[in-house]
Design a protein around this ligand. Structure first.
Ligand code: RIB
Ligand code: CA
Length: 305
């Protein structure tokens, strides 16, 4: 039984690998790709999503451009990690895939309202589009079977308190966490276990598909950026975790928690305040079988063009 999904993202090296994992897996049916400002400005994240869709052979999947800035604050980007293009490393051809005329939130709304079955939304960037959908059409938001996000955690990577996706639009994250949508959260506590080892990178380099070669070039840049910016020898590849928890939850350990988002703290803006003492509505991934996680990615890359 295929899982119908909408991929909302800010590509972004790890966003693209998340898209490839979903596109190459037989149990996932991508109904739409939507973009948001985050790792780079909206024009770049949308161009990058179109290039990724071309590379994955997603000719029939609509790609729609979303919010160009957060709900309240000014845009936050991450060129120190993803480069000026948002996808430094591989050559970025002019995409063949055309972007939708309609706004991403309108496309999300239409897909959700017209689908026979409820849809899983996988959000690997700031939550601006999902928050706008919640405000625009709560009925459509209620058709979200589960929202799987990469974001948050008990520590930060953009400030000491905040992870980038939440920090980039904490007001949006606050709306989404209070929406009642069932949420699975892959925060830094689990994504920092999803390390791209040298042996995995070499395995990917040997796969004779466009998607695998593109991924190899993405990981090469990503590894150097993480070493320079964070002094980490191996890069945590965050976003595919939000796909893998939908495809193979048995690879993860979860805790249930109540999650609040800090939007007023001078030094803690964007912090996810995670309370596991009495459980709660959010399913938080806390551990991952990293070998089997990369096995999923390798198999998907083999299945792609
Ligand atoms: O903090 C990591 C997250 O921020 C990832 O989704 C990465 O792509 C960036 O968006
Ligand atoms: Ca991302």
């Amino acid at each position: 039984m295929k899982t119908p999904v909408i991929m909302d993202m800010d590509p972004g090296h790890d966003d693209v690998i998340a898209l490839f994992l979903a596109a190459g897996h037989p149990d996932m049916d991508i109904r739409a790709v939507t973009t948001v400002s985050g790792n780079a400005d909206i024009g770049k994240t949308t161009r990058n999503a179109l290039v990724a869709a071309d590379t994955a052979g997603l000719d029939k999947v609509p790609v729609a451009e979303g919010a160009g800035r957060p709900l309240v604050r000014m845009p936050e980007h991450a060129p120190s990690i993803h480069g000026e293009s948002g996808l430094d490393g591989p050559a970025l051809p002019v995409p063949a895939h055309m972007v939708e005329e309609r706004h991403a939130v309108d496309v999300m709304e239409e897909v959700l309202l017209h689908s026979e079955e409820d849809i899983t939304v996988i959000a690997t960037g700031p939550l601006t589009n999902v928050a706008l959908l919640c405000r625009k059409n709560p009925k459509a938001a209620r058709r979200i079977r589960r929202l799987s996000i990469m974001g948050g955690g008990t520590f930060g990577n953009w400030t000491p308190a905040a992870e980038f996706n939440i920090y980039a639009d904490a007001e949006a994250a606050e709306i989404v966490f209070a929406s009642g949508i069932p949420i699975t959260m892959c925060g830094l506590d689990v994504t920092h276990q999803a390390l791209a080892s040298e042996s995995v990178v070499e395995r990917i380099k040997e796969i004779p598909t466009m998607a695998a070669q593109f991924t190899y070039e993405l990981l090469d840049h990503f590894q150097r950026a993480y070493e320079e910016r964070f002094h980490l020898a191996l890069p945590p590849v965050h976003d595919p975790c939000a796909v893998a928890v939908c495809l193979a939850p048995s690879l993860f350990t979860f805790e249930s928690a109540d999650v609040k988002v800090e939007t007023a703290g001078k030094h803690t803006y964007g912090e996810t305040v995670i309370d596991t003492t009495a459980g709660g509505p959010v399913q938080i991934a806390v551990d991952i079988d990293n070998d089997k996680f990369w096995g999923l990615i390798v198999q998907s890359l083999k299945n792609l063009p």
